[in-house]
Design a protein around this ligand. Structure first.
Ligand code: NAD
Length: 480
C-alpha cells in the first residue's frame, strides 16, 4: 500500500494543533512544511532537490498550476507585498513596487514559452526537447527583491527546475515572506513544498557556497558589477544579468515632446532603480534648449549649475584607492524621491515631482555612474555622431540598454550598430523594450555578459535530442 506521507503529517499536525500541543505544521525529514525558508544553504539545496525530483514526476499541467499560484499571489497581494518591500528596502516608489509585482505576475513567460523542434527525413526522426537543469542557484538585487524572485521562479519552474535564492540582505524579509506564501499555496494544492527556497540570512559567504555547491546545476545572478564578476569566475555555468548605465541620444529630427515624456516615464520609474532606466542624455546642441523646455512642460524640474554641484557633493561618493578609486552613488540617495534630491541641492520642489534634471558636461559623475536616483544629466553635443560616440563611451561596454529618439533612419541604424546592446529602444521609454508599451516579453533578469538576453523558461533548460533511425517518418516512402 502506498502511504501518503504529507497527508499523514498534516492530519497529525492538525490534531496536535487542535489540542494546543504543536505548531500547525510539522517539518518532515524531507523538509515539507518549511515553505522554502532556510538558514543553511546545504539544507535548502537538499529540500530544493527533493522538490525538483517530485516535480519531475508530474506533467506540464502541474507546472501550470504551480505558476498560477505564483502569479495569483503576486497580483492579488501586490499592495501588501509591495508595501512590505518598500518599508524594508526604503528605496524606490511605493506605487511602482506594487506595479512591478503585478506586472511580473501577469507577464513573466511561463510554460507557453517551452517548445521542441523536429528533424525528419529518409533516415527517420530526431526530436529536440528542452529538459530542466535541476536545482538553480539565484542571486537577486535589492532594487527588485520579490519581483525578481517572482519572475525567476515562474520561468525556472516552467522549465521544470527548482530554485534556491540568495536575496540581497536589505530585501531578505520580503523575499522570505513572498517565498513562504508561494510555497504554502503550491503545497496545499499539489503537495510539493520547497520548489522555491530562500536563504533567510543571506551573506556573501552563502552566495559563495551556492557558487560551489555540488548539487546546484546552474547559477543565475541579477546584480551589479561585483556579483557579476564573482559569477563569471564561478566554476559552474552562470547566467549573468549585470549592471547597465543606459544612455539616451536625442537628435534634431526627434519628436521632442515625445522624447521628454519618455525620458520622464522611464527615468523616474521606481526612482530610477531599473537597470534599463534612462541614466544620462546626449542631445544635439541645435535642439538642446527645446528638449529641456519640453522636459519642463512635461513636469520635470530643471536644476541650475550651482544646484547640480551641491547635489553632486551630497549624492556621489568616492571609494577605493589608487587605480581602483572611482565614483559611486551614495547609499543615502539611491532610489530616493526627486523632492529629497532637490532639497539636497538647495531647491524646493513639489513633493510629487517625478524627475529632476539639468545640463552638465560629460565629466559630471552623474554621466559615468549608474546613479539609480531620479536626477538625469543632459550633455550638449555638436552633432549626432558625437552624441552616439559619447553614449558608447559612458555605457562602459556593458552592452545592456541604449535608447535613441530620432526619425532619421541612418542615425537609428548607426546607433544600434555602435552600441551593440542587448536592448536598443527607439522612440519610447526604456520599459517599452520589455513589452510594457512596446512589443516583446518581460523579465527582470536581462543577461548581457553571458548572452542569454531577456531570460525566458528556455534559458533555464538543457537541450536533449531523441533520435529514431529509419522509422517513424510517416511521410516517407510507402511500402517500407
Ligand atoms: P548588488 O550588486 O549590490 O547586489 C546584487 C546581489 O548580489 C545581492 O543579492 C548581493 O547580496 C549580492 N552580492 C553583491 N556582491 C557580491 C559578491 N561579491 N559575491 C556574491 N554576491 C554578491 O546590486 P543591487 O544594488 O542589489 O542591484 C542593483 C544592480 O543590479 C545594478 O547594477 C543594476 O543594473 C543591476 N541589475 C541588473 C539587472 C539585469 O537584468 N541585468 C536587473 C536588475 C538589477
Amino acid at each position: 500500500m502506498q502511504v501518503n506521507e504529507s497527508l499523514i503529517r498534516n492530519v497529525v499536525a492538525q490534531v496536535l494543533a487542535e489540542v494546543g500541543q504543536a505548531p500547525a505544521v510539522v517539518p518532515s525529514r524531507n523538509h515539507s512544511g518549511r515553505f522554502g525558508v532556510f538558514h543553511d544553504v546545504d539544507e535548502a539545496v537538499v529540500a530544493a532537490r527533493h522538490a525538483f525530483e517530485q516535480l519531475s514526476e508530474r506533467g506540464m499541467d502541474d507546472r501550470r498550476k504551480i505558476i498560477e499560484h505564483i502569479r495569483r499571489i503576486s497580483i492579488d497581494q501586490c499592495v501588501e507585498l509591495g508595501t512590505m518591500e518598500m518599508n524594508e528596502t526604503k528605496i524606490g516608489r511605493l506605487e511602482h513596487k506594487i506595479d512591478k509585482l503585478k506586472t511580473l505576475g501577469q507577464k513573466t513567460p511561463g510554460v507557453e514559452f517551452m517548445n521542441s523542434s523536429v528533424y525528419s527525413g529518409d533516415r527517420g526522426l530526431a526530436v529536440v526537447e528542452h529538459a530542466p537543469f535541476g536545482v538553480i542557484g539565484a542571486i537577486t538585487p535589492v532594487t527588485h527583491s520579490l519581483p525578481t524572485i517572482t519572475g525567476n521562479s515562474v520561468s525556472m519552474i516552467a522549465a521544470g527546475n527548482s530554485v534556491v535564492v540568495n536575496p540581497h540582505p536589505s530585501g531578505k524579509k520580503v523575499a522570505a515572506e513572498g517565498v513562504r506564501r508561494f510555497n504554502q499555496a503550491i503545497y496545499e494544492d499539489i503537495g510539493i513544498d520547497n520548489l522555491i527556497c530562500v536563504i533567510a540570512e543571506p551573506t556573501i559567504e552563502s552566495a559563495d557556497q551556492m557558487f560551489h555547491h555540488r548539487d546546484i546545476a546552474l547559477i543565475c545572478v541579477t546584480g551589479g558589477p561585483a556579483v557579476a564578476r564573482a559569477a563569471l569566475g564561478c566554476p559552474k555555468r552562470a547566467i549573468v544579468a549585470g549592471p547597465g548605465n543606459p544612455p539616451v541620444v536625442v537628435d534634431e529630427t526627434a519628436d521632442l515632446d515625445r522624447a521628454a515624456r519618455s525620458i520622464i516615464l522611464g527615468g523616474a520609474y521606481d526612482n530610477n532603480l531599473l537597470c534599463i532606466a534612462e541614466k544620462e542624455v546626449f542631445v544635439v546642441a541645435s535642439v538642446a534648449d527645446q528638449l529641456m523646455q519640453a522636459m519642463e512642460r512635461a513636469g520635470a524640474v530643471r536644476l541650475n549649475s550651482g544646484e547640480i554641484d551641491r547635489l553632486t557633493t551630497a549624492a556621489i561618493a568616492t571609494v577605493g584607492e589608487g587605480a581602483d578609486r572611482h565614483d559611486v552613488a551614495s547609499r543615502d540617495f539611491l532610489g530616493q524621491d526627486a523632492a529629497d534630491l532637490a532639497r539636497a541641492a538647495g531647491r524646493s520642489v513639489p513633493e510629487g515631482t517625478e524627475l529632476i534634471f539639468g545640463e552638465t558636461d560629460e565629466s559630471s559623475p552623474f554621466v559615468s555612474v549608474e546613479q539609480m536616483m531620479p536626477f538625469i544629466p543632459f550633455v550638449r553635443c555638436t552633432n549626432v555622431d558625437e552624441a552616439i560616440d559619447k553614449a558608447r563611451q559612458y555605457e562602459h561596454g556593458y552592452r545592456h540598454t541604449a535608447i535613441i529618439h530620432s526619425n532619421d533612419i541612418r542615425n537609428l541604424t548607426r546607433m544600434g550598430r555602435v552600441m551593440d546592446t542587448t536592448l536598443f529602444v527607439k522612440n519610447g521609454p526604456c520599459m517599452s523594450a520589455l513589452g510594457l508599451g512596446g512589443e516583446g516579453y518581460l523579465s527582470f533578469s536581462i543577461a548581457g555578459p553571458t548572452g542569454e538576453g531577456v531570460t525566458t523558461p528556455m534559458t533555464f533548460t538543457r537541450e536533449r535530442r531523441c533520435s529514431m533511425i529509419d522509422d517513424l517518418w510517416i511521410l516517407g516512402r510507402q511500402g517500407v
